[in-house]
Design a protein around this ligand. Structure first.
Ligand code: DON
Length: 304
């Protein structure tokens, strides 16, 4: 089956799941997003691109940004990053506090909130403005100069920051946060509040399909082994306490966000982005996971 027909088939098959689940409302600015959206984009290493549905509508990428923050930190700091954050699945919710105390303020991995807060702190230690650097890379990788931080979402996250603030204060008490807690939180919320479409996300993901060198960018951004590390962490930790189920059903490295987006990578071949705002109980897009499962089942392509 050709990709356009495949996307049509997936689009129709997932309709019963679109709007099922719950749009994230613990960040009030996200609660207003209509639940019935669905978009999907495939971006191939050879330059072909296929989209369906609301694939050109920007949405809040939320935790998908954790991939890009990690990529930037690896680019700037190399393996030093791993001195302050682990590489193991947490088996806990993305904003869980419980493990941190047992593990002396070292988060399990960079894709839970605590881990991304440490990565943000690393970035603040080596860049004057990590958000500007992140936006610059994303704009180049997507050829979309319009990619920006949605300030309404960032402010909404700031106003409801108690849980992330608790995580950051605790890690600071363990010596694992070096900048001020407020600066770390502000910058982390800016990254979560970046607005991108499925088309943008899939384009940006080509860096990881291309083993650290996006065919859309002039320079290599990660070494081949760093790209392998990021893909491995997406597979094992990218969907939090649902990572096992995601690997079982989809069989690809993937990273979700509570905005309803998921970025999935097929090394050597393509990057896939899906978006549908209604989430399952673990915070992953219900229709998005369905669509990815159908994609790998119908094509027979996965990393396994
Ligand atoms: O910090 C938060 O809670 C949100 N800005 C991001 C959480 C998120 O996307 C987790 N994803 N499933």
């Amino acid at each position: 089956m050709e990709y356009p027909e495949l996307l049509e088939e997936i689009f129709h098959a997932v309709q019963p799941y679109v709007g099922k689940g719950k749009v994230a409302d613990y960040i009030p600015a996200l609660a207003q997003i209509p639940a019935d959206k669905f978009g999907m984009s495939l971006c191939l290493m050879d330059g072909r691109e296929y989209v369906i549905g609301d694939a050109d509508e920007p949405f809040s990428i939320q935790s998908v940004s954790k991939v890009f923050s990690l990529v930037l930190a690896l680019n700037r700091l190399g393996s030093q990053v791993w001195e302050r954050v682990g590489k193991e699945p947490s088996g806990n919710a993305f904003n869980s506090l419980v493990q941190l105390e047992y593990e002396n303020g070292i988060p399990r991995n960079p894709f839970i909130n605590a881990g991304a807060l440490v990565v943000t702190d690393w970035l603040l230690g080596c860049s004057v403005d990590p958000t500007i650097e992140l936006l610059a890379w994303l704009r180049e990788a997507t050829s979309n100069p319009g990619i920006h931080v949605d300030l309404e979402v960032a402010d909404s996250e700031w106003e409801h920051r108690d849980r992330n603030a608790a995580l950051t204060h605790f890690m600071k008490s363990c010596g694992n946060i070096h900048s001020s807690v407020d600066r770390v939180l502000r910058t982390y919320f800016e990254h979560c509040s970046i607005a991108m479409s499925c088309r943008d996300l899939a384009r940006a993901g080509l860096l990881l399909a291309g083993h650290g060198k996006s065919p859309r960018c002039s320079d290599r951004f990660l070494t081949r082994s760093q790209a392998k590390e990021v893909n491995a962490l997406m597979l094992t930790c990218g969907t939090y306490d649902a990572a096992g189920d995601f690997a079982f059903r989809v069989g690809l490295p993937g990273k979700s966000g509570v905005g309803g987006g998921i970025l999935a990578i097929i090394p050597n071949l393509m990057s896939i982005a899906v978006w549908s705002p209604a989430l399952d109980a673990k915070g992953n897009s219900m229709a998005g996971v369905e669509a990815l499962e159908r994609f790998t089942t119908l094509t027979g392509i996965s990393v396994f």
